[in-house]
Design a protein around this ligand. Structure first.
Ligand SMILES: [Zn+2]
Length: 210
């Protein structure tokens, strides 16, 4: 069944940045393939919000901040388990810029996240301590936007956490499968599909959006 876009819907484009694309510092396999899909989708939504992963140097999610640790290991931080990543999306670097072919000039908000040195932020709504809000919920409510269509990178981290938090916050949410790509650490892509299904969050294809 086709989902019809309304005035209260918003396309949330998660982290379509150079570092998450091939050639970047934390490339999601085929991450750049989402760009044309997002561009086509974006032109059909009146409301578009972009998120931008935006870390200071020495961020706690970087393996380089933990001597003896390597990227993709998991460590315990005060707020819980954290996967360690290569340095990526450092504020002001080319890697942190949006992909050069991303074309959504009418996007109304660029929401930066991950700027607190001691806390990562996969979700567009809450940092990884699960209590520090980014402000997105308030923004959407004040603007009367009630349903999110989520696209971007990576499917199994920032897209997943954003979609699940949107659902918990009481927003409608749909994930656009072919507008996302996964990084797939230890089965995280399959775990994401299971989790979205359990929460009743639809995973649809872009061509099912009318
Ligand atoms: Zn990050």
């Amino acid at each position: 069944m086709a989902e019809k876009i309304t005035d209260r819907d918003v396309l949330l484009v998660v982290d379509v940045q150079n570092d998450f694309c091939p050639g970047g510092n934390l490339p999601v396999p085929n991450g750049d393939e989402v760009v044309p899909v997002v561009n086509r989708l974006g032109s059909r939504f009146a409301h578009v919000v972009l998120t931008q992963d935006w870390h200071p140097q020495g961020h706690q999610s970087f393996a380089s901040s933990h001597p003896g640790r390597k990227p993709f290991e998991t460590i315990a931080l005060p707020y819980g388990d954290q996967v360690l990543w290569p340095d990526h999306c450092v504020q002001g670097t080319t890697g942190a810029e949006f992909h050069g072919r991303l074309q959504v000039p009418h996007a109304e908000l660029v929401l930066r996240k991950g700027y607190h040195r001691a806390i990562d932020s996969y979700s567009a709504f809450f940092e990884n301590d699960r209590t520090t809000p980014t402000g997105l919920s308030g923004y959407l409510r004040e603007r009367g936007l009630t349903r999110l269509f989520v696209a971007g990178l990576a499917f199994d981290f920032c897209v997943r956490y954003s979609a699940e938090d949107a659902h918990r916050a009481g927003f409608g949410v749909v994930v656009i499968d072919d507008a996302c790509r996964a990084i797939d650490v230890d089965g995280s892509a399959a775990a994401t599909r299971r989790s979205l299904a359990e929460l009743g969050i639809p995973l649809i294809r872009a061509d099912a959006i009318a």
